[in-house]
Design a protein around this ligand. Sequence first.
Ligand code: DGP
Length: 122
Amino acid sequence: MAYDENNIFARILRGELPCKKVYEDDYALAFHDINPLMPVHVLVIPKGPYTNLEEFNAGASLQEMGGFMKAVAECAKLAGVDASGYRLVANNGADAHQEVPHFHVHIFGGRPILGRMIKTEN
Ligand code: DGP
């Protein structure tokens, strides 16, 4: 799939749309989700133009990939959930209902998550 240069996260990266920034470095930008589902709900996005994990895996250097994971860990620390725990989610592709076509990881935390892994229908 061709990367959509005008997706919302691309526009946030270019500074065309505002965000509540949590963290930024050479590899990643992190900001609060506009529609938080938990007390802590942070989105971490790589800076490169990758629609999903497949494109990230195919196109990003190991430095970019490693830098991105380091940023996720740093954001959990900055959000104050590194000790209490948190859940990482990456909705990847149509079956996972990925809405924004720029690869991203959700950090959910700030209270105990009800239940364990969600068992979906069938
Ligand atoms: P998903 O692609 O399904 O993993 O979810 C995308 C998430 O992005 C969703 O939780 C809402 C969030 N989101 C959508 N538009 C914006 C926006 O303009 N600003 C921020 N901060 N979050 C957004």
